[in-house]
Design a binder for this molecule. Structure first.
Ligand code: ADP
Length: 271
């Protein structure tokens, strides 16, 4: 693979829009949202890729059911390039494809951000309308350096309605707004917004509190893009490498379709 200057911008010439999906905390559903947003965009006909940069817990291979697949490396014009795995119409590269099994981290500190950048730029993405980056949770140096080096179109914040998650999401938002980064936040996605039992479709149980996503969106003066319910089969589908488009819950599917449309519209209006 090629050697890189650790401060240089990462250029992905064939990619029109790079979007980061971020969260303050782990476990709020960031990867689930990133993966299914990518699939929703691909289903709308957009050329879409996903880059799993969550080196603390890369779950994109599992979410797409490609955890046992290894991407090919090709040699072209004296350079080695990685060929993404394609599933559900989405080109996939995950840091997990290159990790030694049972080790949660292969890179730390500056090596981690340099490694992420190298993997991103050594991948043969081809022409893409959207590249979704599933970002590590939190606001450490790895996140800051990586954000600085990317030419991003925007960020999406994922949170649960819980006050603890909201407070951490606010810190993640501050990171996007720092002087060195200045990436527009397109909006908030509230995940696990409520639970509706299958047998009582008119009932909503706010297991993690209610209104947290709207509260965060108001504080940041950005839109609340989607409220995704907690759905039993979402968990099962994720564990078996299927997307939420196989869910029995029509609301879950339509939330992701709407999210994909809103993202596309907000980027069109930014141009
Ligand atoms: P993160 O990337 O924030 O760590 P994940 O996307 O890995 O979170 O999700 C954490 C767990 O929650 C996974 O088991 C996932 O299947 C489950 N999950 C995420 N969103 C939902 C949802 N809307 N309904 C049910 N389960 C969900």
């Amino acid at each position: 693979m090629s050697q890189q200057n650790p401060f240089e911008k990462i250029e992905l010439p064939g990619v029109k829009n790079i979007l980061v999906v971020a969260s303050g905390k782990g476990g709020v559903g960031k990867s689930t949202v990133a993966a299914n947003l990518a699939v929703a965009l691909a289903r709308e006909g957009f050329r879409t890729g996903i880059f799993d940069a969550d080196l603390y817990g890369p779950s994109i291979p599992l979410l797409f059911g490609v955890q046992h697949v290894k991407p090919d490396v090709i040699h072209h014009q004296g350079k080695e390039s990685i060929v993404p795995i394609t599933k559900y119409g989405v080109k996939i590269i995950s840091i997990g494809f290159f990790m030694v099994s049972n080790k949660s981290l292969i890179w730390r500190g500056p090596a981690a951000s340099a490694g992420l950048a190298q993997l991103l730029s050594d991948t043969e993405w081809g022409e893409l309308d959207f590249l979704i980056i599933d970002f590590p949770p939190g606001t450490g140096d790895i996140q800051l350096t990586t954000l600085q080096r990317l030419n991003l179109s925007g960020g999406i914040l994922v949170t649960t309605p819980q006050q603890l998650a909201i407070a951490d999401a606010q810190k993640a938002a501050d990171m996007f707004n720092t002087k060195m980064i200045q990436v527009p936040l397109l909006g908030v996605v509230e995940n696990m917004a409520w639970f509706t039992p299958e047998k009582h479709p008119d009932e909503k149980y706010y297991l993690f509190g209610s209104g947290g996503g709207q509260q965060l969106a108001d504080q940041l003066q950005i839109p609340l893009l989607a409220q995704i319910p907690l759905v039993c089969d979402a968990c099962e589908l994720s564990d078996t490498g299927q997307t939420i488009f196989a869910s029995k819950d029509g609301n879950l599917i339509s939330q992701f379709e709407t999210l994909a449309n809103k993202i596309n519209q907000s980027l069109t209006s930014l141009v």
